[in-house]
Design a protein around this ligand. Sequence first.
Ligand code: SAJ
Length: 426
Amino acid sequence: LKVVVVGLGYIGLPTAAVIARTGARVLGVDVTQSIVDTVNSGRVHIEEVDLDGLVSGVVARGSLRASTMIEPADVFVIAVPTPFGDDHAPNIGYVLQAATTVAAVLKAGDVVILESTSPVGTTEKVRDLLAQLRPDLKVPGKTADSPDIAIAYCPERVLPGRILVELIDNDRVIGGITPRCARKALTFYRRFVRGACVTTTSRAAEMTKLTENAFRDVNIAFANELSRVADTMDVDVWEVIRLANRHPRVNILSPGPGVGGHCIAVDPWFLVHADRANTSLIRTAREVNDAKVDYVIERAAAMIAAHPGMPVACLGLAFKANIDDFRESPALKVATALAARFGDRLHIVEPHADMLPSAFDGTAARLTDIDTAIETCPIMVVLVDHDIFKSVPLDERADKIVYDTRGIWPDQPRAAPRPEPLRLAG
Ligand code: SAJ
């Protein structure tokens, strides 16, 4: 079996490596030459648990190669980004570009699978594009005869930090343009997926993916809203959540400085954009989570301003715990806003960075390690729940002035000075 994976990013590269491990010959195609060179040398350009060892192994065995040029194959997996543009309109340009690339080498018997998070109807658009570019091939759903190729939508649902485990163990939703397409794609996923593989239509699979991330966003928004109410009431939100979650049918998620990453902060907009009239809850959740960033900035700034001259440590820049991904990171937004206001008082601790990201250019903030921060900074703003921060024992921070946006230090004395409740307009 020969498989081409188009897009060697956070999803495409681990997927290509896992398929290569099954014994298939895999070609990873990417438009970026440096990514292709890195993979061909057996190395990785992203940080993901155990990925480096897997990639070096399958590249050394010759089962995984990378190229900027596509080649014929039996199965094509498209895993390219679907960002949004102005007015949160989804941009499926990279998907259509990838489909155009695949069309050039497509032959009868091939299976084309889209994994990118996509607005409902995208897989049908891919089918229509392939039909237009390759009139010599019969495409599914458009012919009374048996079609030459199969086309399916099978969303990735892996969690960064657990990608290699979840690629194999998670259940998969496999949406065919026709039931026959779904069965063809199912045969492919059974090669490496241990979870259940459930078939449906491409439209239902597309909406399922968007629904999963919108569900999480709405639930995080609830926690973030609660945390603001608790601040106003001068109640510890973490304690309230722990207590409420003792109810057998209550399971509240964790508040934080906002929602980051390139999925949960993006995908709900695809639903909103498709049906603005019926998505007021989903849209409001997005707005609540975005507004939490500004609330945290103002609250942290008020705390820092109340202690003139004192050094401040901002703990974490990543969009969530124990990863090196800063995309759409609320922690990064908070830290850069504070750096712009408080300049050389700011010490940034991010064990996953060798240097400060360019967002800090022009500010006097500096990168430091956790031990130096503990020694030099009486004020601490916790922005990411990295394990290394969680492990700081109470006796090293008991006298600190702390704003813990992630609730990682539940034993921090309440007697320690706490930021004033803030009432923001709107
Ligand atoms: N967050 C909170 N409180 C929580 C949980 C998360 O503030 O209780 C924040 C995180 O800190 C982060 C953001 O939300 O900033 C998103 O983190 P996440 O861990 O919830 O999700 P992602 O973006 O890493 O991955 C999600 C997953 N989707 C769901 O859990 C429904 C993953 O399974 C998807 O594959 C991924 O999106 C994707 O690619 O769509």
